[in-house]
Design a protein around this ligand. Sequence first.
Ligand code: FE2
Length: 471
Amino acid sequence: MRKAYQLGFSNVEDELVIDKLNVTGKLPNWIEGTLYRNGPGMFKAGNQHYRHWFDGLSMLHKFTFKNGGISYANKFLQCKAYHEAKENDKISYSEFATDPCYSLFDRVKEIFDPKITDSAKVNVARLGGKFIAMGEPSLQIEFDPETLRSLGVYTYDDKPKQHITTVHPHEVDEQVINLTTRFGRVSTYRFMSSSKRERPELIAHHKVKEPAYLHSFGLSPSYLILTEFPYVVNPLKIIFHAKPFIENYVWKPKRGTRIFIFDRKTGKLVKQFKTDPFFAFHHVNAFEKGTDLYFDIVSYPDPEIIQSFYLDRITSEEKKLPGGEFRRYHADLSGKKEITYRTLSDEAIELPRFDYNHYNMDSNYQFVYSVGVNKSGNSSFYDQIVKNDLKTGEAKIWYEENCFPGEPVFLPAPNRKSEDDGVNLSVVLDEKNGNSFLLILDSVSFTEIARAVIPQPILFGYHGNFYQNDQ
Ligand SMILES: [Fe+2]
């Protein structure tokens, strides 16, 4: 197996606290704050291996920029799935695509009381001033932003066992909006809104027989956008836990993809479109121009991308990852029934980011940063960072042989001269040296400014966010 995959899909046991990382290059002195990242810290419990990239147990990382230097710490998310895996030396909770090995007795018990993971591994968010590690099962874990210690469970909704949530909430006007799915004989998509003081409140909902797997949703100034791919599940299979979570879903392309548009103020379904079948994890941005609604999304012709993240498939290197097509959908809400799209880039992308704090729902937004697979390289996993210019259609690439960058988080420079004046931060696995580094890219030229070296590998992670000290 390629060394990068041995490193990136392994176990990292050491929890480090390093006051000052070795930095090459020159750090911009205006960066002050902390990048928190979430992702897998172990893919193996005893002799048992997790099967899928989305299975590994959560580890949190923090990179704090202060006084011209960077400190680093990492810690496993303290949760039942982690503790029991360590204590029992085996996989003990059901993850995205891996179940524990059951005895017949356990199998029956599992039907009535499934041990769904509480290892909230996918993203971090700050909800009502609390730092939350987020996973798709509705059990989220609050953590201490200084020590990374877990502080307890945070839920969006009651009966969390019957829910899943997206790990991409929107933050707007001091409200946090997220989309959950409640499984039942009839299931319900539920948009929840919460603020600092209040418990989450239901702001829109839609009942459905066979809910789809939804990883994100769109938000425009007036609307909630639910893109329902035809990758759906008989909810009883989730409730009675027939198979590992994602393996209960079935691709039904004849259904097409349905797009539901809800009014944010009234919660009413104002428009519904049906279009050709496609699948996506990530909505990017959405905005309106008069009665025209636009939303950007990284799409695939089918959910093959989920299959391609099984570890045996990545590490066998037989196939490249399916490329995410960056699309802009356009709907005329004044009457037309069709929804159309155009492709925004020739480059395939994934893990898209933009300057959310300043350009969310803004039709003038111009730059999107993401990862991709280099066309002339030999990798079967993400090995480059892409910057898309939506005005010119051009793309810039950061690529270094034998390096595997993760999601690039953008930080704007103070008093910037253009939208892209700032830096991108990306955790990169360095195959040659057997460790990882934090790459600091100049976002305009898309060239390296500095890198801070971590003395061990950081496994291939998912999402993270940067918080300034005064935010
Ligand atoms: Fe995501």
